[in-house]
Write a protein that binds this ligand. Structure first.
Ligand code: PLP
Length: 287
């Protein structure tokens, strides 16, 4: 859970959303693909994260990325026992979301640099995989970040096998040191469903996840989103549109990093001081 101290003062954001859109609009049902002003504001922001977004039409807003994960499962896992390839360990919420469709999992090997492209190649040669799932930046729970050379190799493997990957990146902007590495999605936009969320950057209570996917995939995910919820919360999305569109996010990220980085440092110092000989760990450069 994000620290509640990182949540912004909400009243001025609500007031601004009302000033821009009226309560008749932001308390109304919205579109299954998301509140248009949020899609408009999110497109340049996602581009700044190196996500390949041609237009706001390429973006789907869901109730957190959890419901986008669940929509991916609903779209691609038609029969029980169909196969999803992922790392072990992986994000438990993704297992819950896909688990609704009763898939089988095959493990792609990973190390301190995250998913191993050679292992991915072997897995995709061996199994009829419906999609691959990874957390590319500051992996939850492994702490790993996939370096550029591996991302290039992974993109190549996906394109060669004509397989889709879900690149789940909720923590991407929370980098404490080093350079951002471009998204796998930007290297293979026709083979990657990229998702991120405002849960760690704004507040998880404003359920706002963002997905960018190839058009045909996105349209099917929009249908699922509509069947399940009609639409996400227009109110939450109007606040998020103000937050991203009026530059509050960029100003806020350094404050979040300044709160979390000393905690990461304290944890690593404690591991060094108290863990037995022979243990090793990944020091996450963000998250
Ligand atoms: C890797 C990963 N994906 C997705 C989520 C879900 O986020 P949301 O609050 O947007 O549903 C989380 C939340 O912790 C996460 O760690």
């Amino acid at each position: 859970m994000p620290d509640g101290r990182t949540f912004p003062t909400i009243a001025p954001l609500v007031a601004r959303a009302l000033e821009l859109h009226s309560s008749a609009k932001i308390l109304q049902y919205g579109r299954s693909r998301g509140f248009p002003p949020l899609c408009e504001a999110a497109a340049p922001w996602l581009r700044s994260l190196t996500v390949d977004v041609e237009s706001p039409q390429d973006i789907l807003i869901t109730s957190g990325s959890q419901s986008a994960l669940s929509a991916v499962g609903r779209v691609f896992l038609e029969q029980p026992d169909e196969i999803v390839a992922l790392e072990s360990p992986t994000y438990l919420g993704a297992l819950d979301a896909f688990g609704e469709r009763h898939p089988q999992y095959v493990i792609v090997e990973s190390d301190a640099d995250g998913m191993d492209p050679e292992s991915l190649d072997r897995v995709l040669s061996q199994y009829p995989v419906k999609f691959v799932y990874t957390v590319s930046d500051f992996h939850n729970p492994a702490g790993t970040t996939i370096p550029l050379n591996r991302r290039i190799a992974i993109a190549d493997v996906l394109m060669r096998h004509r397989v889709l990957m879900v690149e789940d990146s909720p923590y991407r902007q929370l980098r404490y040191e080093g350079e951002h590495v471009r998204t796998i999605q930007s290297l293979a936009p026709n083979n990657v469903i990229f998702m991120t969320t405002l849960s760690k950057l704004l507040a998880p209570g404003l359920r706002t996840g963002l997905t960018v996917a190839p058009r045909q995939v996105l349209e099917r995910m929009i249908n699922v989103n509509g069947w399940r919820t009609l639409c996400g919360s227009t109110f939450d999305q109007a606040i998020a549109a103000v937050y991203i569109g009026e530059g509050h996010l960029d100003a806020h990220v350094p404050e979040i990093v300044n709160l979390y980085k000393p905690r990461r440092d304290a944890m690593v110092a404690a591991l060094e001081a108290y863990f037995p000989e022979g243990w090793s760990w990944v020091t996450p450069p963000g998250g």
